[in-house]
Design a protein. Sequence first.
Length: 313
Amino acid sequence: MIITNNELKSFYYGAYFFEETSDGYLQAFQYSKAQMEYFREAFDFWYDRCMASTAKTLEFVTSATELSFDYKIIWKGSEDSFELMIDGLISGIEYVKDLEDEGTISWSLPEGQKKVVIYLPVDATVLIKSFSINAEVEPVSKNEKVLWLGDSITQGFGPLRSSLTYVSITNSIMNYDIINQGIGGYIYDKKSLMKMEGCTPDKIIVSLGTNQFESETMTDVEEYYETLIGIYGNEIPIICISPIWRGDCPDKIDIFIRFCENIKKIAGSYKNIRVIDGFKLVPHLEEYYLDNLHPNSLGTEEYGRRLIREISE
């Protein structure tokens, strides 16, 4: 049977709102229109990535044995993947580098009832339509609603696998209902923080700072948290993850460490913000990084699982 775009929204996770194109594709957005307009005027690099699919997921329970959907890639940064997970096990991967910009993805599923997760690419903007499946689908039940704010590491660049970003790993285990507002190259920028009508998260996670560690002042960081608290109040729990280790600037490491310590002091001054030390989340070894800045799949696995332990405690 063909799932209509309106029906698809019921098990399409990670979106703030949806729009349908003139040729029938469904596009999901994680930012409000006002926020995207700000990025458009501020910096093309941010604007392109604020509309990326950012490993959004289709999640449902079904007894189906076949599914397919049409896709269209309208923007491409890096070439990561579409992925199929069945009962927690990755069972299919389609790499963006091997796909045309428009086509159909089909997967066979095992017999019996199972939970299915389809991860969309991280660093590309993907539209989908004509979702077809040969049995009924039931949307999954989610836990806390989490707003995740960050840069390229949070968006998911590094492992070049959509299911292996640290956010995807954390979410897979914690079963959050997330909106991932990570953008490649992003910084502590209060202007992007705007009230999103109808979006009231149970928890907010902020992982920013590595792109601006040479700043002469901490004003941007201070104003960011003042603005965030001003919008969401001081009752919603916020987690600040200070920047993780980076090995690409050994001559500036003292400046980087000092900047990270200042972030922890500023965020830690608020009663509803818990600070997690990013230096403790990924080993300080080149083997865990794609480029000594973005964790690779080994690094994101460590990041996600260590973060889960920190959050659980």
